[in-house]
Write a protein of this length. Structure first.
Length: 276
């Protein structure tokens, strides 16, 4: 409920700020990516609204992971534009500068985008909390005591309150992946990218990671997720995007995508996956 005692000028300022806020958290405009002669992404355009959990599905080799990596320019698109929270991930069209300013710009923008991979990539000599607080200290220059408090709080959020001072070698694969998620979340990104984060886990450990991601979806975290976990997509996605041979074939809310896809190619894929 709005505070009736709040100055009118303050409310007007908030309204103007909301009006200036871009409608989409992520905008992909005609993204093309080649690896040699292989044309992996063929003009992908996709908008992700604030608070959406968009799940990308499709066969192996369809360009899903490449698309995700183009969002934060781990793979730089050969053409097209990526915007995060209304700002260009690289440089605006027509702006040509040297490599050093471009890298500085990317370093700044990548702080808005957290990414979690199949592999955990934790520092083995650091405890769980040290892994999570490392980015706060080295990138954001957060004082160590404050960084530790934030890291502990984030580990509690992903269900690892009792593993704060444990090294990765003593954690299960699912626990290590949850540390990796906490490490990204603690940087307070605008959007989270998940690249098949359960594919390297034993089956009995997958559920604990997916539950963390469901909780993030419920909390309104903007997410782009590449996964083969169709039950997760059905229950947690705001929208499902089917990618094949570098193009978006179909996109729809999960209830429609899984019950009545409009394209034959999506139907073939889902029949094959869901009949396993």
């Amino acid at each position: 409920m709005e505070d009736p005692h709040r100055p009118v000028a303050g409310r007007a300022h908030d309204q103007r700020a909301a009006e200036r806020r871009p409608s989409f958290m992520v905008e992909l405009r005609n993204i093309h990516k080649n690896f040699g002669r292989l044309h992996v992404l063929k003009g992908i355009s996709l908008n992700v609204q604030r608070g959406e959990a968009v799940v990308i599905i499709g066969p192996s080799g369809s360009g899903k992971s490449t698309l995700l990596r183009c969002v934060n320019h781990l793979e730089q698109p050969d053409s097209g534009e990526v915007l995060v929270d209304g700002e260009y991930m690289g440089l605006p069209p027509g702006n040509r500068v040297g490599r050093a300013p471009l890298e500085a710009r990317l370093d700044q923008m990548r702080q808005k985008v957290g990414i979690v991979f199949q592999r955990f990539n934790l520092f083995p000599h650091m405890t769980a909390v040290e892994n999570v607080m490392e980015g706060l200290i080295t990138v954001k220059r957060t004082p160590r005591a404050i960084a530790r408090g934030m890291a502990v709080e984030m580990l509690e959020r992903v269900g690892l309150a009792d593993k704060v001072d444990v090294h990765p070698s003593r954690l299960s694969g699912g626990q290590q992946q949850r540390v990796a998620i906490a490490r990204s979340l603690v940087m307070q990104p605008k959007v989270m990218l998940f690249d098949e984060v359960t594919s390297a886990l034993d089956p009995e450990l997958i559920g604990e990671v997916l539950e963390v991601m469901r909780d993030l979806a419920r909390s309104g975290q903007t997410m782009l997720i590449v996964t083969h976990e169709m039950d997760f997509a059905r229950s947690a996605a705001s929208r499902v995007v089917f990618l094949d041979e570098g193009v978006i074939v179909e996109e729809a809310p999960p209830e429609r995508m899984f019950s009545k896809p409009e394209t034959e190619r999506a139907s073939q894929f889902l029949r094959k996956i869901l009949d396993r």
